[in-house]
Design a protein around this ligand. Structure first.
Ligand code: UD1
Ligand code: CA
Length: 458
């Protein structure tokens, strides 16, 4: 195999105890997908193959989540060198570059991975290239012992470092690229006579140096190398991802007057000339067409908003909502599993679920599709150009024909033909003068002057 090919091992066998979670750490989501999926997506961009994720016994949920990427099981948590050895069966015959990554350090970019690969081709032919960083604050990362020309002599773990070594600003991010022809030979020489009694992957640098091979380091940014151990660090990583996603959206033609308040998903799709108002949350699988205006305070999930539609403020679009071209969804409207066809208007205080609202129809304030009967969900079909008066209950299954008019306040449970008028409303009983008479009677009643005084509750 040529030196140009690259394989990758992602270590994820750690329990992640500091997350205080039943969910394995690497499955905690960033922008709607597991952190490890972000890393695997980047590794895929690099075209790294074979690719293997190292897990602990019983981590079937991680295996399911990363499939079809294969997993290797590290039987006991004996340290990072031992974890890489778990991938031996898959990588033993591979002689290209092996990239070693940590599942809890998911924001490494493909550019940085490429820089590691470039450094492997330095004239001194380094066997190991380590990704370093210079964190701003105090920390307990391993220290890189090397020179300013990128030559590396050793990595010392914090716990094993002398006071002088701890002063070194250059830290180990954990990411490294190793000559695949040497990897397992180096790993087999790693011993566990150190502060933690673990097999440290970091020891392969010193071992390679002793065998007369050069080692090197390159530097990455602290944000990209953020390691996630707790939910506080998870939130910090989420902030980084959100900022990247918003930047990408804005660069692609989306206006965000208050970007820091908009929450995106890794797969949010935008056209151009879209405005996204403040405090809008995009769950997974949302697509927004050209020219759409989203006023603030909306919540979307698994839905599509087509060209020129106007949505919000305070609209909620749930799975399988489709808002057609130039349709309007106003405040306090919830749409679920329903198609609002082009030009239709649902401007206020409405629930549309399991339904079709035909092109150009108008749905009045307070309209509810009564889609659930306690057992199953039923469909409401509103024809093109129909007019649904305010405060109407549409008891599904029910069909309103094209161009029909439903009087305000009606409860409709049977089909209304096209162009018909339907009003379902009890006849009003008007009694002239009754209210004035009541006021007179109340004023004359005994105790009427002790206004507001009621019997006390004991
Ligand atoms: C490691 C590095 C340290 C570096 C730091 C950066 C070593 C010995 N030390 O320390 O130099 O500054 O990362 O974050 O490599 N894992 C396994 N099996 C094991 C042990 C760990 O799969 O037996 C996995 C963990 O799930 C995790 C990664 O390896 O994804 C790192 O392990 P961790 O124990 O967190 O290493 P650190 O002590 O942080
Ligand atoms: Ca760690």
């Amino acid at each position: 195999m040529s030196k140009e090919s690259v394989a990758a091992v992602v270590l994820a066998a750690g329990r992640g105890t500091r997350m205080k979670s039943a969910l394995p750490k690497v499955l905690h989501p960033l922008a709607g997908r597991p952190m490890i999926s972000h890393l695997l997506a980047t590794v895929t961009e690099l075209k790294a193959w074979p690719l293997v994720v190292v897990v602990a016994p019983g981590m079937d949920d991680v295996a399911d989540s990363v499939a079809p990427v294969p997993v290797a099981v590290q039987e006991r948590p004996l340290g990072t060198a031992d974890a890489v050895k778990a991938a031996r069966r898959i990588l033993e015959k591979f002689t290209g570059d092996v990239l070693i990554l940590f599942g809890d350090t998911p924001l490494v970019t493909v550019e940085t991975m490429e820089r590691l690969r470039a450094a492997r081709r330095r004239s001194d032919d380094p066997a190991v290239v380590v990704l370093g960083m210079r964190p701003a604050g105090a920390n307990e990362y391993g220290r890189l012992i090397g020179d300013d020309d990128g030559r590396l002599e050793a990595i010392v773990e914090w716990r094993d470092a002398t006071a002088e070594q701890r002063e070194v600003p250059l830290c180990n991010s954990g990411v490294m690229l190793v000559d695949g022809a040497m990897l397992f030979g180096l790993l087999d020489k790693v011993r566990n006579d150190n502060a933690k009694g673990e097999y440290y992957l970091t020891d392969i640098v010193e071992i390679a140096r002793k065998e007369g091979r050069a080692c090197a380091w390159v530097e990455g940014s602290e944000t990209e190398l953020l390691g996630i151990n707790s939910r506080v660090e998870l939130a910090a990583a989420e902030a980084v991802v959100q900022q990247q996603l918003r930047r990408r959206a804005m660069e692609g033609g989306v206006t965000m007057p208050m970007p820091e308040s908009v929450h995106l998903s890794y797969d949010t799709q935008f056209g151009q000339d879209i405005v996204v108002g403040p405090f809008t949350v995009f769950g997974r699988e949302v697509a927004v067409g050209d020219g759409v205006e989203i006023m603030g305070f909306c919540h979307f999930e698994q839905c599509r908003i087509e060209q020129g539609a106007v949505v919000g403020p305070f609209a909620r679009l749930r799975p399988e909502a489709v808002i057609g071209e130039k349709a309007k969804i106003g405040n306090f409207v919830e749409v679920k599993k329903a198609v609002i066809e082009s030009g239709a208007k649902v401007p206020h205080l409405t629930y549309i679920g399991d339904a079709r609202v035909g092109a150009g129809a108008n749905v009045g304030a307070g309209t509810i599709t009564c889609n659930y009967d306690g057992f199953g969900k039923h469909f409401t079909d509103i024809g093109a150009g129909a007019f649904i008066g305010s405060n109407t209950s549409l008891v599904a299954p029910v069909k309103i024909g094209d161009g029909a008019v439903v009087g305000a306040g009606s409860t409709i449970s049977e089909e209304v033909p096209a162009d018909a008028l339907v009003v379902e409303r009890a006849k009003a009983n008007v009694i002239p003068g009754w209210a004035a008479g009541r006021r007179t009677r109340k004023a004359a009643a005994p105790g009427a002057s002790s206004k507001g005084k009621t019997s006390s509750n004991s």
